[in-house]
Design a protein. Structure first.
Ligand code: MIC
Ligand code: SF4
Length: 639
């Protein structure tokens, strides 16, 4: 029986377990990646492990999230990250060098490698045939210490591409088609593997856009074969020696197959407030637009900006629209500067933004009250932009540029421009000068914002407390732990904890800490797909700090589940989804005999307020159960 590409790469890296879908396995990690917003905690955790230097093949620390620097916190974090990188053998990508996933694709990602990154869009590198997984910072710290990564062997879904994209339709529309089909929930422990004749019509940056937003479906990763297009890209980057041809066997057997004809796709948009809420641009045509932002790790490559500039060339941004462009990397910025693309953008009225995450994470460019913002980024979660009343739509660079000119949602096929001359250049800029390579000599700098990674206590034999909050379906990590203006507290847990669930319940933090101080154990009650989105482990650490001991949900997303287990919070699922309705916020709850229940996997929740007995099951591997009993992974590795 033929093998899928995913299983070929997993078997090359398998350290422990049986490679069968649903089984727990551990794999060797070749490359790691961190960014500053998750990196400070990851390196503090790495330090807590007392390992002298990184043990994996390549570790890179990027600064791209917190680059606005209002107050001393961000700069202090950067200095900590720069000095700890030097000390421990990590390559440091300086602020200004670009967004981690874009820079990784340009400089380090290689076909056939495994990559673990403390950012949920790490699978972007799947576009080059790398098995790339997003994880919490602690998992990445463990990988840097040379400890294999624990995961569930995934099911593999084959997305078979045929045909060729029509003019003005691009990779973003492909992934929005995938999202329209698969949705944002129910794809846990799945790999999307792309095959078929349509693959060769897509460049590596196109494939990276598609792999990037697979994260919004909740998959473990997305994977493209490594073929002539991959060789061509690596050669253009001056890294041709890293090429390795990779594909699935002809007779590979998949868990599911979905056929997508690229020539049938039309321009699409994800509507508020979910990347899975997809409509055709045609359906939205004519809607007034107030802001257009082009950039983010999804769509900020050289070709993305070239195409947008070609549409904007000779036109001017509509008077009631703000247009911003954030190139994905310094290499991209230098290329568009040299070839005149930047001039076209500026002449058209674009505001040029820093090569960083910026607007995508709500750090700046918050849209106006009740306004409409078109963005080429990957997430339009409620309030993520910084303006809760705004409507954020996710679109391709082509749709963004066409709409910036007209001031209304516009199908780019109607813009009257010709972009057929926009082609990938023969070589791509490749400047290494903003990386700092380790010398193992720096003195580690710690500003006042740098705290200690907090630890949990061992799991008590019985839990007794209240349902401190009850939430609906698809609660994202942006709901749990806001980013934007609050992100500067990432290395200061007591401060950051004040903002847990800020956008949906401003009293939560006070209520939870008061309960904790009374000696109660906190419960979070949730419905489907709890913890979607980001890999930020703060969505587990801060609730832990507030005394949360269990999340009881209908379903929990993969990375968040791992983060909960890593910090000793019980991830529990309802045996019967309807029991969700039997618990109300504020109910007094109790679980006894937790240690025995850990072994059987079955827990009984006593709702003391109603008298109901509600059966639950643990959602954790055997290894994770041990971790939770000890109160988290840090307690475990320190033993
Ligand atoms: C995001 O896009 O939500 C982030 C910010 O990049 C996060 C990481 C973080 O919260 O630091 C992610 O995607 O994992
Ligand atoms: Fe940065 Fe946005 Fe990409 Fe997250 S999704 S890594 S915030 S650009």
């Amino acid at each position: 029986m033929g093998q899928t590409l995913a299983y070929k790469l997993l078997s090359e890296h398998l350290v422990d377990g049986t490679l069968r879908s649903g089984e727990s396995i551990s794999i060797r990690i070749d490359h790691t990646l961190t960014q500053d917003a998750t990196g400070t905690m990851a390196y503090l955790e790495f330090e807590a492990m007392d390992v002298d230097r990184v043990r994996n093949e390549l570790a890179v620390s990027y600064i791209d999230h917190n680059t606005i620097q209002i107050g001393y916190e961000n700069f202090d974090d950067h200095e900590y990250l720069r000095t700890i990188a030097d000390r421990k053998g990590i390559i440091f990508s300086r602020p200004g060098n670009g967004i981690c996933h874009q820079v990784n694709l340009e400089h380090f990602a290689l076909p056939g490698k495994t990559l673990l990154g403390s950012d949920s869009h790490t699978p972007t590198a799947g576009g080059i045939g790398c098995f790339a997984i997003g994880a919490g910072g602690l998992d990445v710290a463990l990988a840097m210490a040379g400890i294999p990564f624990q995961m569930v062997a995934p099911r593999v879904v084959n997305i078979r591409l045929s045909g060729k994209l029509r003019p003005f339709v691009s990779a973003k529309d492909v992934i929005l088609s995938v999202l329209a089909h698969f949705g944002t929930k129910g794809n846990v422990n799945t790999v999307f593997e792309y095959t078929g004749s349509g693959v060769s019509t897509l460049s590596v940056p196109d494939r990276a856009t598609i792999a990037n937003m697979g994260a919004e479906c909740g998959v473990t990763t997305s994977l493209f074969p490594s073929d002539e297009k991959t060789r061509e890209f690596l050669e253009k980057e001056g890294r041709g020696e890293g090429f390795r041809a990779l594909s699935a066997d002809e007779d590979a057997v998949y868990d599911d197959v979905w056929d997508l004809d690229l020539s049938s796709i039309e321009p699409l948009a994800a509507c508020p407030h979910s990347p899975g809420n997809v409509k055709s641009v045609g359906e939205l045509e004519g809607m007034k637009v107030n802001q257009v932002l082009i950039g983010s790790c999804t769509n900020s490559s050289y070709m993305d900006l070239r195409k947008a500039a070609e549409i904007l060339d000779g036109s001017h941004v509509h008077p009631s629209v703000e247009l911003g462009v954030a190139p994905g990397s310094r290499d991209v910025l230098m290329m568009i500067t040299e070839d005149g693309t930047l001039e076209k953008l500026i002449k058209a009225g674009a505001r040029i933004l820093e090569t960083a995450c910026g607007f995508c994470i709500g750090s700046h460019q918050s849209p106006g009250t009740e306004s409409v913002s078109l963005r080429t980024s990957n997430r339009n979660f409620y309030a993520r932009s910084g303006t809760a009343s705004a409507s954020v739509y996710l679109v391709s660079p082509e749709t963004a540029a066409a709409s910036a000119i007209t001031g209304v949602f516009t199908d780019p096929r109607k813009c009257g421009k010709d972009i057929s001359s926009v082609k990938m250049p023969d070589s791509l800029m490749h400047d290494d000068s903003m990386f700092i390579y380790p010398t193992f000599t720096a003195e580690v700098k710690r500003g006042p914002n740098i705290g200690q990674p907090p630890r949990n206590t061992a799991l008590p034999e019985s839990l007794h407390g209240r349902a401190l909050i009850k939430v609906e379906d698809r609660i994202t990590t942006d709901h749990i732990m806001p980013a934007g203006a609050r992100m500067k507290y990432r290395s200061n847990i007591p401060e950051y904890s004040k903002y847990v669930f800020e956008s949906i319940d401003q009293d939560f933090s006070g209520r939870a800490s008061a309960a904790r101080d009374r000696g109660e154990h906190g419960f979070i009650i949730a419905r489907q797909s709890y913890g979607q989105g980001s890999s930020r482990e703060h969505a587990a650490i801060c609730p832990m700090y507030l005394g949360i001991k269990a999340v009881v949900a209908v379903s929990i997303e993969r990375i968040h589940q791992a983060n909960l287990a890593n910090f000793g919070i019980l991830p529990l699922l309802f045996e019967n989804a309807d029991d969700y309705d039997r618990i109300s916020e504020g109910d007094e709850l109790e679980i006894t005999g937790t240690h025995e229940a850990m072994e059987s996997g079955s827990f009984m929740l006593h709702d003391i307020t109603t008298g109901d007995m509600i059966p639950l099951r643990i959602f954790a591997s055997e290894a994770q159960r041990k971790t939770i009993l000890l109160g988290g992974r840090l307690n475990e590795v320190a033993l």
